[in-house]
Unconditional design. Structure first.
Length: 228
């Protein structure tokens, strides 16, 4: 089958920015097959725990975490081709050998391409808030999404979510608090202190400058009935 328009755009961007095919081949993997599911062991070449970051942006967080935790694998998923290229220019196979990237739009369908209970953590920092009411349906985090996400995370694994947008934070808290597979780590469901204060992402820094104090929500995934 020929290349899609998106694939052509991606190839053009990679060429324009002089990203070598070695880098692309090392870090970038295809969206997995729904039937086969992604084999983490095959992708990373080891059995280390896997953390998925959804909407990695410019990749600051996984770049730093991958260096701090070499025995953890990081899978960054990002919609924007431009940001994938930014990450490919930043990452080095000798420094970030435990990172892989997928260019994709994450939704519950995308999550169905991953094995049941295979992730140690999922991190979603500052997902697009879609502030207009008529756009709320475009928000990433909703009941169906967090149900699918819970199925991908190991027992006692965790989900980290942050947003600076109050109404989105309220909607996220409601979703997680109503779900019996998640238990909040923070007593109010959130805190106003960054998870990794010493590792600010681009958006984290931008918001700080603009005077925002985001909401940080963290949940433990409980064992499901089918696991007990
Ligand atoms: C506001 S930025 C935050 C980036 C990064 N997490 C940070 O804190 O700096 C949101 C990012 O999520 C990406 N994004 C938005 N919707 C997405 C989706 N459905 N799947 C994957 N990435 C998505 C955007 O392209 C953008 O890079």
């Amino acid at each position: 089958m020929g290349k899609s328009k998106e694939e052509f755009q991606m190839d053009n961007l990679l060429e324009k920015h002089g990203v070598s095919s070695q880098l692309t081949e090392y870090f970038l993997i295809d969206t997995p097959d729904k039937e086969a599911k992604l084999d983490y062991r095959l992708v990373f070449g080891n059995n280390n725990p896997v953390v998925m970051e959804i909407g990695s942006g410019r990749g600051e967080l996984i770049y730093q975490l991958s260096k701090l935790n070499p025995k953890v694998n990081y899978l960054g998923v990002e919609l924007s081709a431009k940001r994938i290229v930014t990450m490919l220019k930043r990452f080095d196979p000798n420094v970030n050998s435990n990172i892989r990237l997928i260019k994709a739009k994450v939704d519950s369908g995308f999550l169905s391409c991953f094995p049941h209970r295979g992730l140690a953590q999922a991190i979603i920092l500052h997902p697009d808030p879609w502030p207009k009411r008529r756009h709320h349906k475009k928000r990433l985090i909703n009941e169906v999404f967090i149900e699918c996400l819970a199925n991908l995370i190991i027992n006692d694994g965790e989900v980290y979510v942050s947003t600076d947008h109050r109404s989105y934070a309220e909607a996220i808290l409601k979703c997680f608090n109503q779900h019996d597979k998640y238990s909040p780590v923070y007593s109010d469901g959130y805190r106003r202190v960054p998870f990794w204060d010493e590792l600010p992402t681009y958006f984290e820094q931008k918001m700080k400058k603009e005077g925002y104090t985001p909401y940080y929500m963290r949940y433990v995934v409980l064992s499901g009935k089918e696991d007990s």
